[in-house]
Design a protein around this ligand. Structure first.
Ligand code: IMP
Length: 191
């Protein structure tokens, strides 16, 4: 089975590639000749995942999927959530977002947070959703250099290191994205 993964994020691509069985041939946007930046204008993860998968489906008519992820911080009433990519403003870097988060959290004792990923799959013209969540906490400083995004300040529950201190294999055993992809794979095997 061939599936296009609607992302320009190399880190996501690498994580997901390692989680898919060899029977699934993953095609990137670049491979599919799609170079547009897909606007994420919805106010839910489901909505944005859907925009990204439908964009590709409308151009190609091929089976495809997309993920949208948010970091939900309890003490910030669920922020940055669906706005995680642009938390520190349009065109901000991962470091800008992390710095803003640490600043907003400077006086908070409740450090609880979760990562949530929603995948939208379009298979034979029908859309399906899969969700993965991981609980954890926001550290007080950055730790580690691997991974991307908020990984250096997210410590999953039950672990003594952040996602950025883990190998890709370690992160892929427990992450929000891995959990959503596991559900996607189980579904693909069942159809
Ligand atoms: P999106 O799914 O690309 O819209 O991601 C939203 C934001 O969350 C981006 O700023 C990403 O850097 C961040 N993000 C998404 N997935 C992860 C992850 O696995 N670890 C850390 N940050 C992530």
């Amino acid at each position: 089975m061939t599936l296009i993964f609607s992302t320009n994020n190399k880190h996501k691509l690498q994580e997901v590639q390692k989680l898919l069985p060899a029977s699934i041939n993953l095609v990137t946007l670049a491979d599919a000749g799609i170079n547009e930046d897909i606007p994420e204008t919805a106010d839910t993860l489901e909505g944005n995942a859907s925009i990204k998968s439908r964009f590709v489906f409308e151009l190609t008519d091929l089976n495809c999927f997309a993920d949208d992820t948010g970091l939900e911080v309890e003490a910030l009433n669920g922020a940055p959530g669906v706005y995680s990519a642009r938390y520190a403003g349009e065109k901000c870097s991962f470091a800008d977002n992390v710095n803003k988060l640490l600043h907003e959290m400077r006086d908070k004792d409740n450090r609880a947070a979760k990562f949530r990923t929603v995948i939208s799959l379009i298979l034979n013209e029908k859309e399906y959703f899969f969700e993965g969540v991981v609980d954890g906490e926001i550290t007080r400083e950055v730790h580690g250099t691997d991974g991307f995004g908020y990984d250096p300040v997210f410590k999953p529950t039950g672990f003594e290191k952040t996602f950025a201190e883990m190998t890709l294999e370690e992160k892929n055993k427990i992450s929000h994205r891995a959990r959503a992809v596991e559900k996607l794979v189980a579904f693909l095997k069942s159809v």
